[in-house]
Design a binder for this molecule. Structure first.
Ligand code: 5GP
Ligand code: 5GP
Length: 232
């Protein structure tokens, strides 16, 4: 009798262990591995065939702006639009509004305040990391990364300026690597004249949204070996 009880007890614990492992694996597979912190050069967003529109709050600073903080998997794939029951609510970030207008300006047409860009980024990307950062935490984490990493200063310090000249892709990557300690991803777009131009810089961040890490995988950059850095 005692043996039967012990057997039942141990098989209960083994089953409990296996079920919890399964739940852990299933839960983990819905999460993400790291973030791309993506900044855009406004001169390159605007110097395209489709052009751009300044936000209703005025022409943005001549500086990189935040595009987004994007949860990603180590294999290069990424989750998106993870929770339609958690839409963007502007009042949750009212204390961050002036920093968002300054550092995360929208350049899409027609002109807007930024709220539709921020809503898009939260709903497409932010809802996929809400186990780590709620809406306020998500925007604050991106703003803090922007304050910590001054890409324009880093590039200018290496003689790479937004002056419409061409710079080698490797010199851009090296400058950022020397500035932050990690190799960035660089994405280019086509200017109105068809030139390959410096469009976005991707920096990898751990899943807490605060520490920079070596990128597990790089985005497809579509850059020529020499790229234009347009003025803005
Ligand atoms: P595109 O096709 O212009 O490269 O990217 C369009 C959009 O897809 C991006 O703005 C972003 O929302 C998403 N996206 C593209 N590449 C990645 C990626 O590597 N990781 C994540 N998380 N999102 C991406
Ligand atoms: P993603 O490429 O992140 O999936 O989508 C970007 C979306 O945000 C597009 O629908 C685009 O029209 C909108 N958007 C608004 N402002 C900006 C901006 O300044 N830059 C970029 N890349 N997209 C913007």
């Amino acid at each position: 009798m005692a043996t039967t009880t012990r057997f039942l007890q141990s098989s209960f614990f083994i089953n409990f262990f296996l079920v919890s492992q399964c739940l852990f694996v299933l839960g983990a597979s819905q999460d993400f591995d790291f973030f791309y912190f993506v900044q855009q050069w406004p001169g390159s967003y605007c110097d395209t065939k489709q052009s751009c529109c300044y936000p209703t709050t005025g022409k943005p600073a001549s500086d990189f702006g935040i595009h987004g903080l994007w949860p990603n998997y180590n294999d290069g794939t990424y989750p998106s639009n993870c929770d339609s029951t958690n839409p963007y609510v502007q009042s949750k970030v009212s204390d961050l509004m002036s920093r968002m207008q300054q550092s995360w300006p929208t350049l899409a047409c027609p002109s807007g305040t930024g709220s539709s860009f921020w809503a898009h980024e939260w709903e497409k990307h932010g809802t996929c990391s809400e186990s780590v950062l709620d809406q306020h935490g998500y925007f604050k984490a991106a703003l803090n990364l922007k304050s910590k990493i001054n890409l324009l200063e880093i590039l200018e310090g290496a003689g790479i300026q937004p002056d419409g000249r061409f710079y080698s892709l490797s010199s851009i990557k090296n400058a950022v690597e020397n500035g932050i300690g990690y190799t960035p991803g660089v994405e280019c777009n086509a200017g109105a004249d068809g030139n390959s131009q410096l469009y976005q810089i991707y920096i990898c961040v751990d899943s807490s949204g605060s520490e920079l890490i070596q990128c597990p995988v790089f985005p497809k950059g579509k850059c020529a070996s020499s790229v234009e850095f347009p003025a803005f």
